[in-house]
Write a protein that binds this ligand. Structure first.
Ligand code: UDX
Length: 447
């Protein structure tokens, strides 16, 4: 009989995972403690912007016309405990307030609430990004608190999906990593992932600590790549070099690889910044802090870039002050194809300029509501053209396709001054310059 799957936590990761599991063919029950979220999902609506996710959901959510009916949602732990042969835990693990460590309260609460309802043999699979050592602790919790006791097993299966590509990354992952303590757990997970593995995804079996570490190591490596190229951008700025050509040239070396070498205002979002900090904090607890001191530098290069963008904007204004100046900011999301503004470099730069007295107007294709919520004192426009109207300087801070397709002539017609700074190295410098704009990009020659 086919396995039945529950997905605990229907945020970014959980909603995508639940829909993907239904797409593969499983009966799926999604649980969240937020009834409003469950109501939306049960209606086939997604609480965030993620390309393709709503369509996938609507294809499977029970009660929607023409759907397979394989996907349902609940707020009942009892129902979830009864339903699942495999329970994926997908709750978030944010940074702790005021410190670097990882806030495990949602994970602990989810395991604590689920365990008393596990009355038959099943596999609980952690997907959240957690400090190494958590799986071992949570496996003891399950054994102690589940009525089925030792028949409830734990596995750790980190998730590597990127926002904006969540559906594609979940259905066709680069690799599947499972931390297991028994052959039975491995067998169950091989069954769950039979389809992507059949399509060529490598299936890597490890112990608990390695599986937990794979995720934080991968994100640390990605963060390191970005901060490395941003450090090179700083040197290029000092020496008069061009970091985009440098990145292209080193990227042809397959050992280095061309991806994640785009210099600019750096990384943000709900994962990379908090994951490297939590990793440092955990290494400290384990007495291995020396191994990760370089991550402090990665973090500090990253944060410095935001200030450097502010400095570039101030300089571009000529008289060294934002007072009385209009600044148009294109982009608020931490990256394109997402409405997520968590730790967004774009919004941070906009905020800094606002706090220094500039009149900032922001436009983003999808993240306006979220941006307004976290930064209500900024001005917001309904289009790029409106944001740029009367601006003394334009900052391009999130590389949406819409911005790459802007017409410099049209924007020049409404801008106060034709000055644009590319904080993402994504615009066509020649195109803007030929329309009479002063164009500057981070880590690249002036003209
Ligand atoms: C990341 C990991 O990529 C993913 O595997 C993990 O599961 C979650 O964290 P995500 O946060 O969605 O995914 O974004 P990602 O595409 O990795 O970008 C992170 C940040 O780095 C963005 O702010 C992006 O703008 C920035 N970035 C990325 C650069 O500044 N330069 C680059 O070359 C690439």
């Amino acid at each position: 009989m086919a396995l039945k799957i529950t997905v605990i936590g229907t945020g970014y990761l959980g909603a995508t995972h639940a829909a993907a599991m239904a797409e593969i063919g499983f009966e799926v029950l999604g649980l969240d403690i937020d009834p409003a979220k469950i109501e939306m999902l049960a209606d086939g609506r997604v609480p965030m912007y993620e390309p393709g996710l709503e369509d996938l959901l609507r294809k499977h959510v029970a009660g929607i016309e023409g759907s397979t009916g394989r996907l349902r949602f609940t707020t009942s732990w009892e129902e979830a405990g009864d339903f699942g042969d495999v329970h994926f835990v997908c709750v978030n693990t944010p940074q702790k307030q005021g410190e670097y460590g990882c806030d495990m309260s949602f994970v602990d609460a989810a395991f604590g609430a689920l365990a008393p309802h596990l009355r038959r043999p099943c596999l609980v699979v952690g997907k959240s990004t957690v400090p190494v050592g958590s799986a071992e602790r949570l496996s003891r919790l399950l054994a102690e608190r589940s009525p089925a006791g030792a028949d409830v097993e734990l596995a750790w299966n980190p998730e590597f999906l990127r926002e904006g590509f969540a559906v594609q990354d979940t259905l066709r992952p680069d690799r599947i990593v499972v931390g297991v303590e028994s052959e039975r757990a491995e067998k169950v997970l091989r069954e769950v992932y039979e389809v992507p593995v059949g399509e060529g995804a490598p299936f890597v079996v490890t112990d608990f600590p390695t599986a937990e570490l794979v995720k934080t190591a991968a994100n640390s490596f990605l963060a390191t790549k970005i901060s490395f190229i941003n450090a090179m951008a700083e040197v290029c700025e000092a020496a008069g070099g061009d970091v985009a050509r440098l990145a292209e040239a080193i990227g042809y070396d397959e050992r280095i690889g061309a991806k994640f070498l785009r210099a600019g205002i750096g990384f943000g979002g709900g994962c990379l910044p908090k994951d490297i900090r939590a990793f440092m904090a955990r290494a400290g607890e384990l007495g291995a802090d020396q191994a990760l001191t370089f991550l402090r530098e990665i973090d500090s290069i990253n944060m410095r870039r935001r200030g450097q963008m502010v400095g570039m904007a101030r300089e571009a204004l000529g008289d060294g002050t934002f007072l009385g100046k209009r600044v148009a900011v294109l982009g608020a999301a931490f990256k394109p194809d997402s409405d997520d503004v968590r730790d967004s470099p774009a919004l941070n730069v906009a905020g800094q300029i606002h706090l220094q007295g500039g009149q900032v107007t922001v436009y983003d294709p999808k993240a306006m509501d979220n941006a307004r919520r976290v930064f209500p004192t900024l001005a917001y426009a309904d289009s790029a053209l409106e944001a740029v109207r009367g601006a003394d300087v334009v900052l391009h801070l999130t590389e949406w396709r819409e911005f790459r397709e802007l017409d410099p002539e049209e924007l020049g017609g409404v801008a106060g001054a034709r000055v644009i700074l590319d904080g993402r190295n994504a615009l066509d410098a020649e195109l803007w310059r030929s329309a009479g704009w002063t164009f500057r990009a981070m880590g690249r020659p002036r003209a």
